[in-house]
Design a protein around this ligand. Structure first.
Ligand code: TD3
Ligand code: ZN
Length: 307
C-alpha cells in the first residue's frame, strides 16, 4: 500500500502495547530484507534513513525503492528521517516524499530543543508528515562517562510532559540508558524502566526507544567466527525490550543488529565459497540473514500479525 506516516503506525501500537520496528536502511538489500520480513510476518514497519544514508543513496532512489516495496508487499510502512539535525535535509525529505521526520535537538538546551522541534512540527504537519523529537541524551560506554552523569543525561519525566505540550510533537524518543552502536554496556545491561514508567504516566503520545539493538550472541558469533574483531560488544536484552513495551514504547530502533548480520553473512560466504564472485550471491545471503533478524524483532516487539 501507499506509504503512511508514523502516527498511523504508532498510535495503535501504543494503545495496544506493542511497538513497530524502525529499521535503518541505506541500500537495496537492507530495504528488501525489511519488506521480506514484514511480508512474512504481516507486520507494519518503519523504514528509517539517516542523513548520511540519504547522502549515500540519494532521496529519489530511497523513496522509489521504499514506496515500491511497500506496495508490492502490501504492508503499511512509513519512510522516516532518523536523527534529523540539518534543516536542508529536513526540507529535502519533505520535498521528496518522506512521511515522517525526526528532529534531534537533544544536544541543545531545553528551550532551544523546543524551538527547533516546534519549527519542524510547523513545517511538517501541513503536509501530513509526523514528527519525532528527542529529549535527553543517549550516551554509551564509548563516551567514557560516569554512572552519575549518565543518570543526569537521561530524560526527566516532568520536562518530557512540558516538552510535548509546548512543541505539539507526535512522538518522543527518551533516554533511559540505551546508546547507539555495538558497545552499549561495560558491565550488566541496565535500563531505567522506572523512569520510563514515570514518563509514560505523564506523556500520552507514543514513545521511542533508540539504541535498542540486542547484539544477539548468534549474530555476533557468526561475524566473529569469520574474522570480525568486536570484543566486548553488548546490547539490550530482550527482557528490557519487553518491559519497555509495557510503558508506552511504540517504536524500537534497530540498525546495529542489521549491520552485524550483514557483515557476518558476507564474511561467511566469501570465506566458505572462494569461487563465488557474483555480487548477487553475496548480497542475497546478507539480505536473507538480515531478514531473519528482522523477523525475530517483529515477534519480540509484538508487531507481527498486526496487518
Ligand atoms: O537511530 N538509530 C539508528 C542509527 C544509529 C547508528 O547505528 C538507533 O537508535 C539504532 O540504534 P542501534 O542500537 O541499532 O545502534
Ligand atoms: Zn537513534
Amino acid at each position: 500500500m501507499a506509504l503512511v506516516n508514523n502516527n498511523d503506525l504508532m498510535v495503535p501500537a501504543r494503545r495496544d502495547g506493542y511497538a513497530v520496528g524502525g529499521f535503518n536502511t541505506s541500500n537495496l538489500e537492507i530495504t528488501a530484507a525489511i519488506f521480506q520480513a514484514a511480508a512474512e510476518k504481516r507486520s507494519p514497519v518503519i523504514v528509517a534513513t539517516s542523513q548520511s544514508a540519504i547522502k549515500y543513496a540519494g532521496y529519489d532512489n530511497i523513496r522509489a525503492m521504499v514506496d515500491n516495496m511497500s506496495r508490492e508487499a502490501d504492508i503499511p510502512a512509513s519512510l522516516h528521517l532518523d536523527h534529523g539535525t540539518d534543516m536542508e535535509i529536513i526540507k529535502g525529505c519533505i520535498e521528496h516524499g518522506w512521511t515522517s521526520l525526526m528532529i534531534d535537538g537533544s544536544h541543545f538546551p531545553f528551550d532551544e530543543n523546543i524551538a527547533a522541534t516546534k519549527a519542524v512540527v510547523d513545517l511538517a504537519h501541513p503536509h501530513g508528515i509526523s514528527v519525532e523529537a528527542e529529549l535527553g541524551r543517549l550516551e554509551g560506554v564509548e563516551d567514557e562517562i560516569s554512572v552519575d552523569s549518565k543518570d543526569a543525561s537521561m530524560t526527566d519525566p516532568e520536562e518530557a510532559a512540558q516538552f510535548v505540550e509546548r512543541t505539539g510533537v507526535d512522538s518522543l524518543a527518551v533516554a533511559i540508558g540505551t546508546s547507539h552502536g555495538a558497545y552499549k554496556f561495560k558491565g550488566e545491561p541496565r535500563l531505567d524502566i522506572e523512569r520510563l514508567e514515570k514518563i509514560a504516566a505523564l506523556v500520552s503520545i507514543p514513545l521511542v526507544l533508540h539504541g535498542a539493538s540486542a547484539v544477539p550472541p548468534e549474530v555476533l558469533e557468526l561475524a566473529q567466527r569469520y574474522g570480525a574483531d568486536l570484543p566486548g560488544a553488548k546490547g539490550v536484552p530482550a527482557e528490557s525490550i519487553r518491559a519497555s513495551l509495557k510503558h508506552g514504547v511504540a517504536k524500537v530502533n534497530i540498525d546495529t543488529d542489521l549491520r552485524l548480520a550483514f557483515t557476518g553473512h558476507v564474511r561467511q560466504i566469501l570465506t566458505e565459497s572462494p569461487k563465488v564472485f557474483d555480487p548477487r550471491k553475496i548480497l542475497a545471503a546478507a539480505r536473507d540473514g538480515m531478514a531473519e533478524v528482522i523477523k525475530a524483532k517483529m515477534d519480540l516487539f509484538g508487531s507481527a500479525g498486526r496487518v
